[in-house]
Design a protein around this ligand. Sequence first.
Ligand code: MRU
Length: 348
Amino acid sequence: MIPTIKWDNHFISLIDQRKLPGKKEWLVCRTLQDVITAIKEMAIRGAPAIGVAASMGLALGSQTITTENYKIFRRNFFEMARQMKSARPTAVNLRWAVEKMIRVVEMMKHSAVKEIKGALRKESQVILERDIEINQKIGQNGLRLIPDNATILTHCNAGALATGGYGTALGVIRAAHEAGKDIHVIVDETRPLLQGVRLTAFELIEEHIPVMVIVDSAAGYLMRKKRIDLVIIGADRIASNGDTANKIGSYQLAVLAKENAIPFYIAAPVSTFDPDLKNGELIPIEERDPGEVTSFDGNLLGPKGVDALNPAFDITPAKYISAIITEREILKPPYKGSISDLFGTDMK
Ligand code: MRU
């Protein structure tokens, strides 16, 4: 399995996902700003991976704060946290990870700054390692929803590359394969940045899991022809009623799945829930550069000067979601109840 991100002595190395599958190239981030840029420009992407990168980026940034005074350190660190939070708006894992790092600083107010810096680096490593364990649990929990011989449609990339490792939606697929189930995966290209054909197909081929790529618009036809048994995708943010933000195109797959009586599953860690949000309409949707739509790899796809809309995510209303697979349990509708039960015990 290809690693996503790691500490490399004093710096952070991440696989530059813009270059995959053509080149496996490590991008070295030497400053907080390098990490923020890598997230914005999607050298690293996927909600849990963004969270891991944010925590490491803040640990890296904290090393550059040159004071022994806690109050000054805290003020500088908060400014870094503010900048990090604004890198990408939709995936709530980013905010979750930043808040975890802030808690370390708050809890260590009586410690020496040097010790706080050490604790921040340790915390970021824990977030990374814990993310991999969480995904393996999601995989184990989701196994029972995957029948033998199933053809599974997935969208975008919710794999090892989108997380600390193993993957969420792809983690369930991986676990089913490891359990000896004979499964076949169909992945759509996922325009405009092609995370499906570039990254998901790449991961599945590396794991020897049978995969075929389709264009985004072929999904409805294949569902109607009964060539897809279930859909499983990841999530960037899940509101308290189960409405789910994920890569643009997820909503239309969910509607098509319902129309064709095909189960539609979300696989996501508890850190992807935003229990304070009443519904999906309140989830901020990132609008990206229209140039991502009108050109690819520097080549213009349409007439010169053509404009484009480029929402990067959409919201799938809860009524289209058959179940949400988390590391703790499989949530079933009505989600208002199952999500508040999930957070009734322990939110963090
Ligand atoms: O824009 P991206 O590539 O960061 O979008 C990624 C997705 O939408 C994933 O499906 C989601 O983050 C879940 S990743 C486990």
